[in-house]
Design a protein around this ligand. Structure first.
Ligand code: BDR
Ligand code: CA
Length: 356
C-alpha cells in the first residue's frame, strides 16, 4: 500500500463536517491522526458530541484518533451558531449513537496541533473545515507551524462569488474573520521566509458550490451500501418530508446520512432554491487527497474585519494591484462529478460495512 497522508481535521460538526469525517474514515490513502473541535455551526460541546458520535458511527473504534476540544468562541466577536442550517443539534433530523470508549483528549486543540506537527515535521496536513480560531491559537503557540506542517487546506471564503452568510462573506470566515486574517498573515510571512512552506489551499464557495448532492445521489449511495432504495425514501419527496419518520435503513450510518441530509435539503430548498445540498467540507477533504479534483490560482487575499457590508469578506487581488505576493492557492474550478462519484462510493461503502 502506498504511504498514507497523515491528517488533522479541524471541524465544527455540522452536517457537511460529519460527511467529511465519514469520507475520511472511508479513505484508505488517509491516516486520520486527530480531530480538533471548534465552535461554529453549533456550540463547542455539541461539536464534540457530534464528532465523537460520527466517529463511532463510522465503526472506527479501532483507530486511535485523538479528539480535542478547542475554542468555544471566536477571537474577538461573540459566537454566532447556525442551527437553522444544520438543525438543533447540528446533525439535521439524524440521531447519533451514544458515544463509545473514545473520550476527548486532555490536551486542547491548539496544543495538540502543535504537538503533532512537532512530532512529525513536514508530514502532517491540517484541514480546517470550520472557523479558523483553533489554528490562530496554535500559531500563537508555535509561529513556525507553517514550516512544521506539510500544508494547510481550508474550507472558507468567497473569492469571485457572493457570500452565503452576508452578500460578501462565507460562513467560516464570517464567524471568525479575525482568526482568518491572522492565519493568512502568519502563513504569508512563512511562505516569504521559508521556501519549503506551501501556499495554503483555499476551497471557497467558488468551487464548493459547484457540487450539489441531490436525492438521486443519495439513492445511488443507498444502492452502494447494499440497502433497498426505500431506505432513502425519507428524502425523496420534499412534500412529505416533515411527516416522515426518517430512514428505515438497518445501517445506522446510512440512516444518519439520509436523515441529516434531509434537513440540509430542506434548508437549501428554502434559501438556495433547490432541493439538494452543497457539501462544502467533504469536497475540501477530497481535493486535498486528490489535487487533480481542483484547479488553483495563486493570489493575494486579505480579510476585512471592520464593520459594514464587507465584514468577513475575503478580498482577492486578482489583478495584482497591491503588488503583494500570493498567499493562497485559491481553488477556482473543480471536478464536481468525480468528487460526487467518489463520495457515493466511499460513504456508501462504509455505510454498508458498518451497517446492520
Ligand atoms: C461552511 O459553513 C458551514 O456551515 C459548513 O459546515 C461549511 O464548513 C460553508 O460555508
Ligand atoms: Ca464546517
Amino acid at each position: 500500500m502506498t504511504e498514507r497522508l497523515p491528517v488533522i481535521l479541524d471541524v465544527d460538526t455540522g452536517i457537511d463536517d460529519a460527511l467529511a469525517l465519514l469520507y475520511a474514515c472511508a479513505s484508505p490513502e488517509l491516516e486520520l491522526i486527530a480531530v480538533t473541535c471548534v465552535a461554529g455551526n453549533v456550540s463547542l460541546a455539541q461539536v464534540a458530541r457530534n464528532t465523537l458520535g460520527v466517529l463511532e458511527l463510522a465503526g472506527r473504534a479501532d483507530v486511535p484518533v485523538a479528539v480535542a476540544l478547542g475554542a468555544d468562541r471566536p477571537l474577538v466577536k461573540p459566537l454566532r451558531t447556525t442551527e437553522e442550517t444544520h438543525g438543533p443539534h447540528g446533525i439535521g433530523h439524524a440521531a447519533l449513537p451514544a458515544t463509545g470508549q473514545r473520550e476527548v483528549a486532555s490536551v486542547g486543540a491548539a496544543q495538540l496541533i502543535v504537538d503533532v506537527a512537532r512530532r512529525r515535521p513536514g508530514e502532517v496536513q491540517l484541514i480546517t473545515l470550520g472557523p479558523m480560531t483553533n489554528l490562530a491559537a496554535a500559531l500563537d503557540l508555535e509561529p513556525r507551524l507553517p514550516s512544521l506542517l506539510r500544508g494547510w487546506t481550508f474550507m472558507g471564503g468567497a473569492f469571485r462569488v457572493p457570500g452565503n452568510t452576508t452578500p460578501t462573506s462565507e460562513w467560516n470566515v464570517f464567524v471568525d474573520p479575525d482568526a482568518a486574517k491572522a492565519c493568512l498573515a502568519v502563513w504569508a510571512a512563512s511562505v516569504g521566509a521559508d521556501p519549503g512552506t506551501r501556499l495554503p489551499l483555499g476551497m471557497g464557495l467558488d468551487v464548493t458550490e459547484s457540487a450539489r448532492v441531490m436525492p438521486a445521489d443519495v439513492a445511488r449511495l443507498t444502492r452502494r451500501a447494499g440497502a433497498a432504495e426505500e431506505d432513502a425514501a425519507a428524502l425523496a419527496d420534499p412534500s412529505t418530508l416533515m411527516q416522515s419518520g426518517g430512514s428505515v435503513a438497518a445501517s445506522p450510518a446510512l440512516r444518519f446520512v439520509v436523515d441529516s441530509l434531509r434537513f440540509y435539503f430542506e434548508f437549501h430548498a428554502q434559501y438556495d432554491g433547490f432541493y439538494g445540498a452543497f457539501i462544502h467540507d467533504p469536497f475540501t477533504l477530497a481535493a486535498t487527497l486528490d489535487p487533480s479534483l481542483v484547479r488553483c490560482e495563486p493570489v493575494f487575499v486579505d480579510v476585512e474585519v471592520g464593520p459594514g457590508l464587507a465584514h468577513g469578506m475575503t478580498v482577492a487581488d486578482w489583478r495584482g494591484i497591491t503588488g503583494r505576493a500570493p498567499n493562497i492557492a485559491v481553488a477556482t474550478s473543480g471536478d464536481a462529478a468525480t468528487f460526487l462519484d467518489r463520495l457515493i462510493d466511499r460513504i456508501g461503502g462504509l455505510a454498508g460495512v458498518s451497517g446492520s
